[in-house]
Ligand binder design. Structure first.
Ligand code: HEM
Ligand SMILES: *[C@@H]1O[C@H](CO)[C@@H](O)[C@H](O)[C@H]1NC(C)=O
Ligand SMILES: *[C@@H]1O[C@H](CO)[C@@H](O)[C@H](O)[C@H]1NC(C)=O
Ligand SMILES: *[C@@H]1O[C@H](CO)[C@@H](O)[C@H](O)[C@H]1NC(C)=O
Length: 325
């Protein structure tokens, strides 16, 4: 973690600082909007995507979380270019470890794309559809609204090798997660803010069972897991059990987008190692912990910052030669 990041994060305990950054950001964001990209070519695109996501949600509540995660996995690999949606061979993104048997929602995107194509053929990119669907998923789960910047073009390459390298793993250290975020122009604050996505959705035993019995070869569970939750998870995911069993990322507030996820971290009830280290990790006190505490109290500010971070994650470059600063 660089010193400059430490400095920034240390100030995170200061409510006034976050409030100020909130006002500055709101102004900054308004200037960048390109939300009217399809105004003349496909004016109904927002209505269509919203309607289809709503339909899919009535069928299965979890679909909102799956679409949000797909957009994240798209954006971390060569930018948000719809590459995660491409079918391909063993080397494609769909077969990469973070996605295999894990990424879902492809059929819903197909349905949305068909509806959009019927209204305006050959106009709206798959990457833009995914970005709008992710926003709508958050809104329909009770989370914040933001204007989605549009005009992304679909990429031609799906790179599974890159997906394995670029998408953060729940077993990564905070340093590694930070560096993967940094590679796509996001910072440590964004790590905390966007991890707040885990206020909705589910995860398989495979991704957290390493914490339950023999954590890092210590012959003991991860000592940062709260005791009753540990027992529950050990029962759900016994050693050498079925890694595909699933549980919720934010128990008690499963399908609702709120700040409950951060409150749970304060109690040692984060599901993934990458969740709990934000509060209990070795260096968390001087880096991410203050912001976790802050969000656990100020939900509205979490919402505003989340919306801003999502716009940042889905960025459209201002200068073609460099990523936005
Ligand atoms: C900080 C690094 C992150 C790590 C290590 C991580 C890891 C994971 C893992 C392992 C799962 C469970 C997948 C499964 O069991 O199949 C998951 C689920 C999820 N993640 Fe993350 N994630 C991170 C950041 C994010 C971000 C930035 C977003 C969105 C902007 C996000 C959104 C989600 C959602 C919505 C789910 C639930 C998916 C579902 O129910 O289908 N995550 N994440
Ligand atoms: C995929 O990404 C890897 C890692 O960045 C890179 O070495 C490789 O050349 C890429 N493959 C293609 C086809 O772009
Ligand atoms: C725990 O993990 C370590 C390192 O992987 C291994 O050497 C040890 O045998 C494991 N303990 C048990 C009880 O399986
Ligand atoms: C914590 O910070 C120290 C000193 O900067 C560093 O050596 C160590 O790797 C960090 N630990 C983690 C888990 O990031």
């Amino acid at each position: 973690m660089s010193d400059s990041n430490k400095v920034t994060m240390n100030r995170s305990s200061n409510a006034y600082f976050w409030l100020m950054s909130f006002f500055i950001l709101s102004v900054g964001v308004r200037c960048q909007l390109t939300t009217d990209f399809y105004k003349t070519t496909c004016p109904d695109v927002f209505r269509i995507v919203r309607r289809e996501v709503q339909k899919a949600l009535r069928n299965e509540m979890r679909i909102s979380t799956s679409l949000l995660r797909l957009h994240f996995h798209d954006c971390f690999v060569n930018g948000c270019d719809g590459s995660v949606l491409l079918d391909g061979n063993q080397d494609s993104e769909k077969f990469a470890t973070p996605n295999l048997n894990s990424a879902r929602g492809f059929e819903v995107i197909d349905t949305i794309k068909s509806s959009v194509e019927r209204a305006c053929s050959g106009v709206v990119s798959c990457a833009d559809i995914l970005a709008i669907a992710a926003r709508d998923s958050v809104v329909l789960s009770g989370g914040p609204f933001w204007y989605v910047q549009l005009g992304r073009r679909d990429g031609l390459i799906s790179n599974g090798t890159l997906a394995n390298l670029a998408i953060p793993s729940p077993f990564d250290t905070l340093d590694t997660i930070f560096s993967k975020f940094n590679d796509v122009g996001l910072d440590l604050k964004d790590v905390v803010t966007l991890s707040g996505s885990h206020t909705i959705g589910r995860a398989r035993c495979t991704f957290f069972s390493n914490r339950l019995f023999n954590f890092s070869g210590s012959d003991a569970p991860d000592c940062t897991i709260e005791a009753t939750m540990l027992t529950e998870l050990q029962n759900l995911c016994p050693q050498n059990g079925d890694g595909n069993r699933i549980t919720v990322l934010d128990k008690g507030s499963v399908d609702l987008f709120d700040n409950h996820y951060f409150k749970k971290l304060l109690d040692g009830k984060g599901l993934l190692s990458s969740d709990q280290i934000l509060f209990s990790g070795e260096n968390a006190t001087t880096t991410t912990k203050p912001l976790v505490q802050f969000y656990s109290v100020y939900e509205r500010i979490f919402f505003v910052e989340f919306a801003y971070a999502m716009i940042k994650m889905g960025e459209i470059r201002k200068n073609c030669r460099v990523v936005n600063s």
